[in-house]
Design a protein around this ligand. Structure first.
Ligand SMILES: [Zn+2]
Ligand SMILES: [Zn+2]
Length: 678
């Protein structure tokens, strides 16, 4: 018994801390008025609640190309650890949030259908999914709570409002103003409660019958009303609806506004008795929350009226019943092709000035595109197969290149334009150049390769060859390339040709990346580079002070080693005529560090560090005989040296045994082709 008690106590405590009890709160109508008095926000409209929900997660302001942006953290998907995080779309998301804001304030946008529009595979449905998840979570918080009610009859039966409406609807219009005035008396204008709309047909029927029985005494029906917390849930079809048109011939308005329950007609004798009707269309059940229209333009013209009345008037018309008030956000999406197909039909004509279109383009910032693939293909999610470094980057590079329009500016390559967009600097270009480049484009980001294509091919490549334990960029490129041949969305040869040609750009960029990386792995010999650095500094010190250098082996004083100094300086293109300046500059730099009490190290000065790395690489490249990898003839010493480099690639640079060998062989082959001079 003691054990049981303590267990129950534990659960009781758990209930309190998790707010479980609050979530299932129930009370009288009067108690609800007390809640409203303390927390008027519980009676917000659906748009107000949605807007406040997004803001409740905060945002980060930043400036880019001299424009201010806000990144709303809500769109990082705080609900499922970033599973549906949206990247690189801060601008359109800011537009969307601004529309929610003006709708929350009642400026008119709350009477429009919101239409997310963009090419296939952009984040349109992800954004809506996030809004739905967010509403579910928000309705469970103290800040986002909302209420509805049910009828309690004398015989013990109960009737839940099928549209989970706001309890204030119970106050007849003739009293409502007085009640609201009382509630609003102490509130600032922005927080005042507004209550529009009347009871749904089912509640209205019950209400009228009860009022009749009570001889018109409104107060007498209140004991039959039980107010409760409303928890929005897509699965339970409470406050969150989804409508996806089937083929055009097969659509039925009952899916939107509810249907007659034929079994119950016999019981109640009439098809206009609300008890014989299911108010369970998507527009009914989404009341208080949000309804998503997938491929909204495929909706049959016959239902245009339903959709427009719902958005413009906030009313729906269930068969056989009067117009019924709703309070919900209506948001649809459509892809570019569908939109263009329907641009001139009558449906669109009618819809055009009643919708607000928000373009959701593809990502055009390379860094953001990478994040999409890292979200879905990271080591936590991909088990049993290694993804070689730069594989996802290469895919993202190709995808973004395919979406960019060729720059009109002479001498600027597409790849350079991509890098400028990504926030990197190029000599002769400023942030204004980026704005100019963007201004000269027509529909950048609205065409190109979709992230979905990349994701599909990545998945394919990962399961492709079971004998391979590692996926590298070449295997992925092969998969991407072969898929282009039967890509259903590529309709003309010219486009296919362009996408194929972009692989050459991507391969070139990859060569640069891995050459650099292997160079760094080879020169990651700390002792050797320190020795080289000390040697160089000793020599330039003697040189600038016109002294001799003591040879550590012979103990004899010698003139500074000009050949050594030049061989390092030439690596960063210091001409003979500038060598004195450079040497003095380095000595001054060391002196300045000493004054600050800091010691000089080989990597203190960026230019010198690069020069030392390149020099060391040149020296070691020959001693390591990287190119012998290509010929497969290798002595033991070389093999050992290569093994050291390989281990550095594995330990410090994210390679596995397989891709480290691959990349060494690949870079060796580049050098063997005589490209080693770079
Ligand atoms: Zn109702
Ligand atoms: Zn690997």
């Amino acid at each position: 018994m003691i054990l049981q008690d303590s267990l129950l106590t534990k659960i009781e405590r758990l209930q309190d801390t998790t707010g479980f009890r609050d979530l299932h709160w129930e009370g009288s109508f009067e108690q609800y008025l007390d809640i409203l008095r303390a927390q008027p926000r519980v009676a917000r409209t659906a748009f107000q609640r949605l807007y406040d929900m997004i803001l409740s997660y905060g945002g980060d302001e930043y400036t880019r190309e001299r424009e201010s942006y806000v990144h709303y953290r809500f769109f990082d998907d705080p609900f499922e650890h970033g599973k549906d995080a949206v990247f690189g779309l801060d601008k359109p998301l800011m537009d969307l949030v601004r529309i929610f804001q003006s709708a929350a304030r009642g400026y008119g946008t709350e009477r429009r259908v919101l239409l997310l529009h963009g090419p296939v595979g952009t984040a349109k449905s992800t954004i809506v999914r996030l809004l739905k998840k967010g509403l579910e979570a928000y309705s469970r918080t103290e800040d986002g709570r909302l209420y509805t009610f049910y009828w309690q009859f004398e015989d013990g039966e109960r009737l839940d409002c099928p549209m989970h409406e706001e309890p204030l609807h119970l106050i007849p219009p003739e009293f409502r103003a007085a009640v609201l005035n009382d509630l609003n008396a102490q509130l600032p204008a922005a927080e005042q409660i507004h209550s529009e709309g009347d009871l749904c047909p089912a509640c209205r029927y019950t209400y009228n019958r009860m009022l009749e029985k009570a001889g018109g005494d409104w107060l007498a029906i209140l004991p039959h009303v039980r107010v409760k917390r409303l928890l929005l849930s897509e699965k339970d079809r409470i406050g969150i609806g989804t409508f996806q048109p089937k083929d055009e011939k097969n659509q039925d308005s009952t899916e939107l506004t509810g249907d007659i329950n034929y079994r119950k007609i016999a019981e109640y004798g009439s098809d206009s008795d609300p008890r014989a009707f299911n108010f369970d269309g998507e527009l009914n059940i989404a009341n208080r929350g949000l309804v998503e229209f997938i491929e909204i333009l495929k909706l049959d013209v016959a239902f245009l009226y339903d959709l427009l009345t719902a958005s413009q008037e906030h009313k729906i018309k269930p068969k056989k019943f009067a117009h019924t008030d709703i309070d919900e956000v209506i948001i649809g999406h459509t892809n570019e092709a569908e939109y263009r197909r329907l641009l001139h039909n009558e449906y669109m004509e009618a819809l055009r000035d009643r919708t607000i279109k928000i373009d959701i383009p593809y990502v055009t910032r390379y860094g953001d595109e990478i994040k999409i693939y890292e979200r879905d293909f990271n080591a936590r999610r991909v088990v049993g197969k290694h993804i070689a470094p730069h594989t996802l980057e290469i895919a993202a590079l190709w995808a973004v290149l395919s979406r960019l329009e060729d720059p009109k500016r002479p001498g600027l390559t597409l790849l350079q334009k991509l890098k400028l967009y990504d926030g990197r600097t190029l000599p002769g270009f400023t942030e204004d150049s980026v704005l100019e480049l963007q201004a000269e484009t027509k529909q950048e980001g609205m065409v190109g390769i979709s992230p979905r294509y990349i994701q599909d091919k990545l998945s394919n490549a990962l399961v492709g060859d079971p004998n391979r334990t590692c996926l590298n960029p070449f295997l992925l490129i092969r998969e991407l390339e072969s898929g282009l041949r039967h890509h259903s969305l590529i309709t003309n040869e010219e486009q296919r040709k362009r996408y194929t040609e972009l692989f050459a750009v991507v391969r070139g960029e990859y060569d640069e990346i891995v050459k650099n990386e292997v160079q760094r792995a080879i020169t990651a010999d700390e002792a050797a580079i320190k020795r080289l650095s000390a040697n160089y500094i000793d020599n330039i010190k003697a040189y600038t002070q016109k002294q001799k250098v003591r040879n550590p082996y012979t103990g004899q004083d010698e003139s500074p080693n000009e050949r050594l100094m030049r061989s390092i300086e030439e690596k960063i293109e210091i001409p003979e005529s500038r060598k004195d300046d450079f040497r003095r500059e380095i000595m001054n730099y060391i002196g300045a560090l000493a004054i600050d009490g800091k010691t000089f190290s080989w990597d203190s000065n960026d230019r010198l560090r690069r020069a030392l790395e390149l020099k060391l690489f040149e020296d070691q490249k020959d001693s390591i005989k990287l190119t012998s990898l290509v010929s497969n003839v290798m002595d033991k010493e070389t093999q050992e040296k290569i093994e050291i480099v390989k281990n550095r690639l594995i330990k410090n640079m994210g390679y596995c045994d397989v891709c480290a060998s691959d990349v060494l062989n690949y870079v060796a082959s580049i050098f063997a082709r005589g490209d080693a001079a770079r």
